[in-house]
Design a protein around this ligand. Structure first.
Ligand code: GAR
Length: 210
C-alpha cells in the first residue's frame, strides 16, 4: 500500500472521506499522518480520534515560507510518505517544495479546472452564470490550482442557489471523488505523463454517480 500524508488547514471533511476509504482492506493506500498549518484546525482532532498521527506547524511562527515548508517536508519524509494529499490546505507552496514531491502531491479544488482557480469558486461560478460546476483532483504544480487532472465530477447549478448551497452540493461530490482519484494514483492505474494523466480504458475516470 502507498503511504499517504494529508495536509489540511481547517474542517477536514475531505480528509475524513480519505480516512474512511482507506479503512477498506482492498484500498491501495493507507493514511499515515495528517499535518496542518493551523494548530486549531478542526480536522486535527477528528484525525486523532480516528487514530491517525497528527502534527501542527503554525505558519505564523516561522520567519519564512521556506522555513515552514522545510519542517513540513521533514515530517512527511520522517513518516515515509509516498503521496501527499492536500485537502483544504490553504497555504501557497513554493516551487521548491512542490518540485520535491513532483507527481506525488495531489489536491482537490472545488471547481471544474481550469475554470475558477483560486478562492470563492462558488460565488464566482454563480456570478458567471454557469449551469454546471464541480470539483477536480489534480497533481500539484508550482502554479496555483494548475496541474495534470486525475478526475473530475460535474455538479449542476440549480435555480435559487446561494454559494453556500452550491458549496454543500459540490462538497458531497468531493467526498466521493477524492477517494476515487487517490485510489487511481496509488494503485498505478492513473499514470502522470508530463502534463496529462493517463487512465486505463473505460469509464474509470468517472466517480460513481451521485
Ligand atoms: C473543500 O471544498 C476543498 O475543495 C477546498 O476547501 C474545502 C475544504 O473543506 N479547497 C480549496 O479551495 C483549495 N484551493 P474540508 O476541510 O472540509 O475538506
Amino acid at each position: 500500500k502507498k503511504r499517504v500524508g494529508i495536509l489540511i488547514s481547517g474542517r477536514g471533511s475531505n480528509m475524513m472521506s480519505l480516512i474512511a476509504a482507506a479503512r477498506e482492506l482492498d484500498y491501495p493506500a493507507e493514511i499515515v499522518c495528517v499535518l496542518s498549518n493551523r494548530p486549531e484546525a478542526e480536522g486535527l482532532s477528528k484525525a486523532a480520534a480516528a487514530g491517525i498521527r497528527t502534527g501542527a506547524f503554525d505558519h505564523k511562527s516561522y520567519g519564512s515560507r521556506e522555513g515552514f515548508e522545510a519542517d513540513l517536508d521533514k515530517a512527511l519524509r520522517a513518516a515515509e510518505v509516498d503521496i501527499v494529499a492536500c485537502a483544504g490546505f490553504m497555504r501557497k507552496m513554493t516551487a521548491g517544495f512542490v518540485e520535491g514531491w513532483r507527481d506525488r502531491m495531489i489536491n482537490i479544488h472545488p471547481s471544474l479546472l481550469p475554470s475558477f482557480r483560486g478562492l470563492d469558486t462558488h460565488a464566482r461560478a454563480l456570478e458567471a452564470g454557469v449551469k454546471l460546476t464541480g470539483c477536480t483532483v489534480h497533481v500539484v504544480r508550482a502554479e496555483l490550482d494548475a496541474g495534470p487532472i486525475i478526475a473530475q465530477a460535474a455538479v449542476p447549478v440549480l435555480e435559487g442557489d446561494t454559494s453556500e448551497r452550491l458549496a454543500a452540493r459540490v462538497l458531497e461530490a468531493e467526498h466521493t471523488l477524492y477517494p476515487h482519484a487517490l485510489s487511481l494514483l496509488a494503485s498505478g492505474r492513473a499514470v502522470v505523463a508530463g502534463e496529462i494523466v493517463q487512465l486505463p480504458q473505460g469509464p474509470i475516470n468517472q466517480a460513481k454517480p451521485l
